[in-house]
Design a protein around this ligand. Structure first.
Ligand SMILES: [Zn+2]
Length: 893
């Protein structure tokens, strides 16, 4: 099933045309490695002591040469290779030469010293390397003063841990062994098979051979880990043996993993039932990493997470409990999409991430229907649509032109747009049919690789659809943008006909071209005498039409039924007028689509701020939290960027107060015994928005009380953080920090190093970040670069303080003055996010200019800076254009 048959074809060509083809491969490969040297298996031996600065390793790779060569290309970064041995198929060994050709990208050439004919050879490397300080490769972290090492290889950081063919199309078995101090615990992707003394206080732990994996899924960890046994996951129709489940955390913490361990079996069973394919690895460990760059990583058999996602107890914030389930389900979904069937190259990362996102939502809907993952999908799609409305947006299948395209591929387009597009076509062919296609796809490509066409064809075959279907699906994968659907009702021969047309959605100020065609499965809901009906049509030309059976002349139309389509629809004042009275009859998902249409129309210049207030008002009374709070962000944008007088701000704050304060007061400011998580989450979002965005004095007073109680030291000198409601801790501390300034921030800075609980740490960091006094804010920002703040926590301290131009100027001054230390701490994984960190929420031409002037000469500092710069600049430009276009006086109408 593997796509590694391709090299044979090229080898035949090379044999025929010799020199003509040989020359170009001698240049360092940009992007993919050449395919005439194919790894067959790896043996990785590491010697790791987390208390040291460096580690050492021996890597042995069997490589199949499919053409004669005196060298191979592979990947290695920051490795000090002391010895390379090249052994040919007859067993003859000789020293090779390790040449780091492009150190920054990690491109390496190994010279054999003679030409070898096509055959299987063995390359053995001995090397040392630093334990990475930027959370990449094999990296070092500390918890309660004790050091640990963890790995994060995806996407292209395995090269920091061992030399290899570091791209996903090369899948081979791995044999891993770890030599570690006797007192330490070592874990890896597979079960331990052996432990032997290695002398001088060391031991060697050997693990079972893996099934074929790409380098980016190799994982291991060393340290004084604490291990909690979970329940074995019982066999089922698709898996004959019980599956061993464990939780792994820093010393003393694993007992807090009982909740996530108890939730895991239901996730595994749901996935096995969907795919009709048993969990294919020999055990399952969930590891809480004390510091981590992403949210979690789907290493087969050893899934790694940010610690706050796994370490939970009864006082954990509701949002952490929910995120824990959802992220776990996402990572476990990868065991099939990603780990069993792997993308062939990074332009198809959506085959991993879009499917894991979509599948997580399906699992959550099944196991925890009250989490409303159906609405999360709509919300995620809408965030993706906002980004996809930029001219600088990525495609789902963005061509990879360099490492920056790989590092920035893990964005909302890949995850949320991808999941939404999958959901749209699943809705179009039917859930059962789609499942049949997915099962066939996994069977066909198990333990191998796949490309987009493999997946699209599997679904088309299951659905009995041909090229038109594939063309429609591909129109969303291979071009950027959001379809903008306009509708118009007409009576024709006694029938009610809905005319449809499509273009690209572009907000005011966009330089994009609106002419673009997708194959859009459009589904509309419309009013009938006895309720409503749904009609669907594949719109694959610039215009089309559908007959609305049973519709009256002046029926209302909701152009995105069940919000299942990845598109926006236009809403002029007239269409809005006929729909606004029907909002209560729409489903929750449709009400969210309606809120997005109001937002899209405002940004398109078709509605003004007064229209927005009228249109969104009916949503605020919804019983469903996601719907009721949907207007908050839109009103907040108007409050922050458009309102220019006290009267205008007072009108907006008054609107918010009337809509939400009674509800918040009814919920109260403390979690009640037995209340739903949804109530806890509603309390948290309302309190946060009303106190910190709209500054309602009543709400600020209630939070201040909690914040002051939390800051009051006990007899032991420690803060009393439990005095605040766990869902409100960050905001309560934030209000206290705004009120008391330096003394509050000093207290939090002193407390942070003494606190290991990740939820409490996050609350303290959020609170500090909300400082308003410029000097205090600068103190907080300086603190973000110091050791007590983990690398993965930095961003929390830097995300606030952007509301006004003066605040953004202060942040800009600080960022540009501290650019180098920021880059040194996060550059290897956050290049694409640096421009946003510096300029996000800007809304003027001057802010674009200074951002460009600063970053243009620094595009090469870290992978992805160019895309981050283009997107942040465009967002600021669009904000500025919208501000100019919209009339603030409409707020008071
Ligand atoms: Zn993922």
């Amino acid at each position: 099933m593997s796509r590694l048959v391709r090299p044979m074809v090229l080898a035949a060509l090379a044999a025929c045309c010799g020199a003509a083809l040989a020359a170009p491969v001698d240049k360092a490969p940009q992007g993919q490695l050449p395919d005439w040297a194919v790894p067959q298996s790896y043996n990785l031996a590491f010697k790791v002591d987390p208390t040291q600065k460096d580690f050492s390793g021996t890597t042995t790779i069997k490589v199949k040469l499919t053409r004669a060569s005196d060298h191979v290309w592979l990947d290695g970064s920051e490795l000090n290779v002391s010895k390379v041995t090249v052994t040919d198929a007859s067993g003859k060994s000789q020293p090779g030469k390790y040449v780091s050709v492009e150190p920054k990208a990690g491109v390496v050439r190994v010279d054999f010293g003679r030409t070898l004919q096509p055959q299987e050879i063995t390359l053995a490397f001995e090397y040392t390397a630093p334990l990475n300080a930027q959370l990449q490769g094999l990296y070092k972290v500390a918890a309660k003063g004790k050091p640990y090492t963890v790995t994060q290889m995806e996407p292209i950081s395995a090269r920091f841990a061992f030399p290899g063919f570091d791209q996903p199309g090369f899948k081979t078995p791995f044999d891993i062994s770890l030599t570690v101090p006797e007192s330490q615990t070592a874990v890896a992707n597979t079960m331990q098979v052996k432990e032997t003394p290695a002398g001088d206080g060391w031991k060697t732990v050997t693990f079972a051979q893996t099934v074929p994996l790409p380098t980016y899924l190799v994982a291991f960890a060393v340290g004084p880990w604490d291990i909690a046994a979970g329940p074995d996951i019982a066999p089922d129709a698709y898996r004959a043996k019980p599956l061993q489940l464990r939780g792994i955390a820093a010393s003393g913490e694993a007992h807090r993993m009982q909740h996530v361990l108890s939730e895991t079996p239901s996730i595994i069973h749901a996935l096995e039932n969907y795919y009709g394919f048993g969990y294919p690895f020999d055990k399952l460990d969930l590891l809480a990493a004390p510091d981590f760059s992403a949210g979690a990583m789907e290493n087969p058999g050893l899934v790694t997470f940010r610690d706050w996602l796994l370490l939970l107890d009864k006082d954990s914030p509701a949002r952490n409990v929910r995120a824990s389930f959802n992220v776990n389900a996402h990572e476990l979904a990868h065991m099939w999409s990603g780990d069993t069937v792997t993308l062939n190259w990074w332009n198809d990362i959506w085959l991993n991430e879009a499917f894991a996102t979509w599948m997580q939502q399906k699992v959550t809907m099944q196991v925890h229907p009250e989490y409303r993952a159906d609405l999360d999908r709509v919300d995620g799609a809408q965030m993706a649509m906002a980004n996809d409305s930029l001219v600088s947006a990525r495609k789902i299948r963005q061509p990879i032109t360099g490492n920056g395209d790989i590092e920035t591929a893990f964005d909302g387009i890949t995850y949320e747009k991808g999941a939404s597009v999958i959901g749209m076509f699943e809705n179009y062919v039917g859930e059962k049919t789609f499942q049949k296609g997915m099962r066939a796809y996994v069977q066909k490509h198990k333990f191998g690789n796949a490309v987009a066409d493999d997946l699209v064809s599997a679904i088309a075959t299951a659905a009995g659809k041909g090229d038109a279907f594939k063309h429609a699906f591909n129109s969303f994968l291979n071009q950027t943008g959001v379809p903008y659907i306009a509708t118009k009702l007409e009576q024709q021969n006694g029938k009610t006909v809905l005319h449809l047309s499509q273009s690209r959605y572009l907000p005011v100020g966009s330089a994009g071209d609106a002419q673009r065609i997708w194959g859009v499965p459009v589904c509309v809901r419309y009013g009938t005498a006895d309720g409503s009906k749904v009609a669907c049509e594949m719109l694959d030309k610039s215009s089309g039409s559908m007959v609305l059976a049973g519709a009256g002349k002046s029926t209302w139309v909701m152009p995105n039924a069940n919000a299942s389509g990845y598109y926006r629809f236009s809403l002029d004042k007239q269409a809005l007028g006929s729909l606004v009275g029907q909002v209560g009859k729409l489903s929750d998902a449709e009400q969210l689509a309606y809120a997005d249409a109001v937002n899209a129309s405002f940004q398109h210049g078709d509605l003004d701020a007064g229209d927005v207030l009228t249109a969104l008002q009916p949503l605020t009374t919804s019983k469903t939290r996601e719907v009721a709070t949907a207007p908050l962000d839109q009103i907040q944008w108007i409050y922050q960027n458009l309102a220019s007088t006290d009267a205008q701000r007072a009108r907006l704050a008054g609107w918010i107060k009337a809509a939400y304060l009674p509800r918040l007061q009814q919920l109260g400011y403390q979690r009640k015994a037995g209340e739903s998580e949804s109530d806890s989450l509603l309390r948290s979002s309302l309190a946060s928005s009303l106190a910190l965005d709209f500054k309602l004095p009543e709400v600020r007073a209630a939070l201040l009380k909690q914040g002051e109680a939390a800051l009051k030291p006990g007899a032991d000198g420690r803060l009393n953080l439990a005095a605040a409601d766990p869902d409100l801790l960050g905001d309560a501390l934030g209000v206290a920090v705004q009120q008391h300034g330096k003394s509050a921030v000093d207290a939090l800075m002193a407390e942070l190093p003494k606190t290991s609980d990740p939820a409490l740490r996050n609350g303290m960091l959020e609170g500090m970040a909300m400082a308003q006094d410029p000097a205090v804010l600068e103190q907080v920002r300086d603190f973000s670069l110091t050791k007590p703040v983990k690398v993965g926590e930095m961003a929390r301290l830097l995300k606030e303080g952007r509301d006004t131009p003066a605040q953004r100027d202060a942040l800009w001054q600080w960022f540009t003055a501290h650019y180098q230390p920021i880059l040194d701490r996060t550059g290897s994984f956050a290049g694409g996010r640096l421009p946003s960190l510096a300029g996000k929420d800007g809304c003027s031409k001057a802010e674009v200019d200074r951002l460009q002037a600063f970053f243009q000469p620094r595009l090469k500092d870290a992978a992805g800076v160019d895309r981050g710069l283009a997107q942040t600049s465009e967002k600021i430009e669009l904000c500025s254009a919208l501000k100019e276009k919209q009339d603030a006086s409409a707020i008071l109408r």
